[in-house]
Write a protein that binds this ligand. Structure first.
Ligand code: HEM
Ligand code: HEM
Length: 206
């Protein structure tokens, strides 16, 4: 995996990918990881958070605990979409699986990592909406495991978005190990969150 990867020859702002096809795209003069895209990503997080709180405050929990109203369904739906997004992000980020998945997609293939990044950004936005909407609605089940997963997703954003910085500092091998560890941690906390809520144990806060 290390072969063909040499940040030193690429200058301070550029970092090629493990997938040689991505090197071709990285030769282009534009990037989806500059200051503008960073502002878009942070904007997605802020907007999702604010809208989540507002929607939650506008709603009321259902009077019948056995029946969910549309505000609770929206909370559940965004949680599931975010979870599916995280699984997709893991598959796409994983060079081996992601490349196989994109093999037949020709022109889309060099975009694998960017698609991985932007689905991750949307998944975190949805998770923020989901958690804040449900808390504003007065539902505090499973919030510790939920926020632990959100925190790790944010760590993945900082770690992946500024990858060239971390790779120069600690090396590609360490970067990959850390990204994998944090990703698995985020997936484990999410799974725990879903299982606790599904089993009706979410009232234990965790
Ligand atoms: C930000 C902190 C979070 C809080 C406060 C929170 C809170 C909740 C609550 C109260 C429910 C129950 C909703 C219902 O049954 O209608 C729930 C369900 C769910 N949450 Fe979260 N959550 C958070 C983060 C996350 C994250 C990061 C994910 C995934 C990426 C996630 C995925 C889910 C899923 C899939 C469900 C549905 C579980 C089921 O229906 O069995 N949550 N969450
Ligand atoms: C916006 C947030 C994220 C950014 C910017 C980001 C960025 C990256 C980048 C640049 C790669 C390298 C891909 C390659 O060289 O082939 C990568 C790989 C990966 N990402 Fe992310 N990532 C983010 C979030 C996530 C999340 C949420 C997960 C899973 C929960 C995840 C899981 C992975 C995995 C498993 C890999 C493969 C690591 C390897 O074997 O090299 N990432 N990510």
């Amino acid at each position: 995996m290390r072969s063909g990867f040499n940040p030193g020859t690429l200058g301070a702002t550029r970092l090629t990918d493990v997938d040689p096809q991505v090197e071709v795209r990285q030769d282009a003069t534009w990037s989806l990881r500059g200051r503008g895209p960073t502002l878009v990503a942070v904007g997605v997080y802020l907007l999702a958070s604010v809208v989540g709180v507002v929607v939650g405050l506008l709603g009321e929990p259902s009077s019948d605990p056995a029946v969910e109203n549309e505000f609770q369904e929206l909370g559940g739906g965004t949680g599931w979409t975010s979870f599916v997004g995280m699984i997709l992000v893991t598959v796409l980020g994983w060079a081996v699986l992601g490349t196989v998945l994109f093999r037949r997609l020709g022109r889309l293939r060099p975009w694998r990592v960017e698609i991985h990044n932007w689905i991750a950004i949307l998944a975190l936005g949805l998770a923020l909406f989901h958690g804040l909407e449900l808390m504003a609605l007065g539902d505090f089940r499973g919030y510790l495991s939920g926020w632990a997963a959100v925190l790790l997703m944010f760590v993945l954003f900082v770690h992946g978005w500024w990858r060239s910085f971390w790779v120069r500092r600690y090396g590609l091998r360490t970067w990959r190990i850390v990204h994998w560890e944090v990703a698995v941690g985020a997936l484990l906390f999410t799974t725990l969150h879903v299982v606790l809520i599904d089993e009706g144990l979410g009232h234990v806060r965790f």
